[in-house]
Design a protein around this ligand. Structure first.
Ligand code: FAD
Ligand code: SF4
Length: 470
């Protein structure tokens, strides 16, 4: 493979991801993508031109050495590839599955300039990370001797997990407090099994526990345990990674009718509380016609989940066109293959109910695209008089999230921005010396890789701060 010329490398077609058949997968929660085989991964890796100035790296928010790990895969060294990934990414098996690669690393790959599909960086990342996870002799991470200092973490999503891992390796005693009964944040309660199996997240949690990280579920920092309680318990530093789990609604007439709920509630009931699984009593609205409002990853997860919960017709209602949808491209394609209808350039303006208060229809304003707005996307403009009534049985609202105000409101002197996020400096240090914060509680709803990168940066900064002040 190493002897291939550039011309030969460029002539190799991009790998095709093996996946479950749509007709089968809409009846199961099994993961849709099955992963590249060793042979496929090695061939795909040989497409990489090992560019002298690799632009793919500039597209990765945490600057993974992409040509470096791909080189190892090409030579058949999956474990060495995973080790390269681990230098920068705490959760490569997760990021390989959920990062929006088409807008990050892969969008910068030199193949795009040649009008060819980019190297499948995300699939290769997943391949290397899975090989490491499934290997019998997963390497033990190095850990410094205990330094006697204790750290509390509020939340257990990707930001908290990457922070906890780095701090444990640096010799701190780390305790992670999670409000819910399961550890993992959005990776567990939000992103469904068919896209990110729990076993992938559990393997990371096991590795953290092996490092000595303690996980305490069912504990709400700011309520069950106050900031003063944490200080009294002897914690030297506190990291807040409580995410942005507060759902937004549109505020339109009828939004309080029965069977209209947020995507957070819908997905949590199903993913975390097992609604629909035999043996569990958790209720969840079901119906033949399920409308999901929005065009992001959460909307896409909700609408595909609705199909798996038995909806005859599951459709997205999105006010812009398909090109502007913020969801990962792969999820949009998978949703369409599964029979999800994309009702684009449409915006609900009112819900109608039957005599018992159950939603029965929605009035939808048809839109057209106008000038670009501050996000750079063409803005949706209503077409006057173009309003249709569409019958629905269940509506899942997925139009964005806000930071949960509990921690920001419960700690005196903690500076908060106008958007309700915790204000931090470039080191993710808050206005209170003992508190650092990162992930969605600082950024608003963002991405797994950005949250994970914040966790790592905050760990380095808090370590520096505590070493200088203790
Ligand atoms: P979270 O993952 O939200 O974790 C925060 C945790 O803190 C939660 O478990 C919460 O229960 C806990 N908590 C809150 N308050 C307290 C408290 N007071 N005390 C203790 N614990 C508390 N991003 C991508 O990159 N790709 C995707 O494909 C993608 N898909 C998504 C799909 C869905 C359904 C959702 C909801 C989000 C998706 N995202 C995706 C966004 C991504 O998951 C988030 O940006 C990321 O999880 C943020 O990480 P975090 O650690 O900051 O917060
Ligand atoms: Fe390889 Fe593409 Fe990165 Fe060049 S830009 S090093 S071809 S992945």
């Amino acid at each position: 493979m190493t002897a291939l010329s550039v011309k030969e490398r460029v002539a190799i077609p991009r790998a095709t991801m093996p996946m479950l058949d749509p007709a089968y997968r809409i009846h199961t929660s099994e993961e849709v993508n099955l992963g590249l085989s060793q042979e496929q991964a090695m061939v795909e890796a040989s497409r990489c031109l090992d560019c002298r100035d690799p632009q793919c790296v500039t597209g990765c928010p945490v600057g993974i050495d992409i040509p470096g790990f791909i080189r190892e895969i090409q030579q058949g060294n999956a474990a060495a590839a995973a080790a390269v990934l681990r230098k920068t990414s705490a959760l490569p098996a997760v990021c390989g599955r959920v990062c929006p690669q088409e807008r990050q690393c892969e969008s910068k790959c030199i193949y795009n300039k040649m009008k060819k599909p980019p190297v499948a960086i995300g699939w290769l990342e997943r391949f290397a990370a899975d090989a490491e996870r499934l290997a019998a002799n997963r390497p033990e991470p190095e850990r410094l001797a205990p330094n006697g200092m204790k750290i509390a973490v509020a939340g257990s999503g990707p930001c908290a997990l990457s922070f906890a891992g780095d701090m444990a390796k640096k010799g701190y005693e780390v305790t992670v407090y999670e409000a819910l009964h399961e550890i993992g944040g959005v990776l567990k309660y939000g992103i469904p099994e068919f896209r990110l199996p729990n076993s992938v997240v559990d393997a990371e949690l096991d590795a953290l526990q092996a490092l000595g990280v303690k996980f305490i579920p069912d504990t709400i920092v700011g309520k069950t345990l106050s900031y003063d309680d944490l200080l009294a318990a002897g914690f030297n530093g506190i990291f807040v990674a409580s995410g942005a789990g507060l759902p937004r609604f549109m505020g339109i007439p009828g939004e309080n009718y029965i069977n209209i709920l947020s995507s957070n509630e819908y997905l949590t009931r199903i993913n975390l509380m097992h609604a629909g699984t035999p043996g569990y009593a958790t209720p969840v609205p079901r119906g033949a016609r399920v409308a999901v409002i929005g065009g992001g990853n959460t909307a896409m997860d909700s609408v595909r989940t609705a199909l798996r919960m038995g909806a005859e017709k599951a459709f997205l209602v999105y006010r812009r066109s398909e090109d502007e949808m913020p969801a990962r491209r792969e999820e949009i394609e998978h949703a369409k293959e599964e029979g999800v209808e994309l009702m684009t350039l449409s915006n609900p303006v009112e819900y109608l109910a039957d005599e018992r208060g159950h939603v029965r229809a929605m009035r939808v304003q048809r839109m057209q695209l106008g000038e670009p707005d501050e996000s750079g996307r063409r803005s949706p403009v209503p077409i006057e008089g173009a309003i249709d009534e569409i019958p629905v049985d269940v509506v899942v609202v997925s139009v964005g999230v806000s930071p949960n105000p509990l921690i920001p409101n419960s700690i005196d002197g903690l500076e908060v921005t106008r958007k309700g996020t915790i204000a931090v400096d470039e080191n993710l240090h808050s206005s209170i010396p003992a508190i650092f914060a990162g992930g969605d509680i600082v950024r608003g709803g963002a991405t797994v890789i950005l949250a994970m990168g914040d966790g790592r940066r905050a760990a380095a900064a808090m370590d520096e701060f505590l070493k200088n002040t203790n």
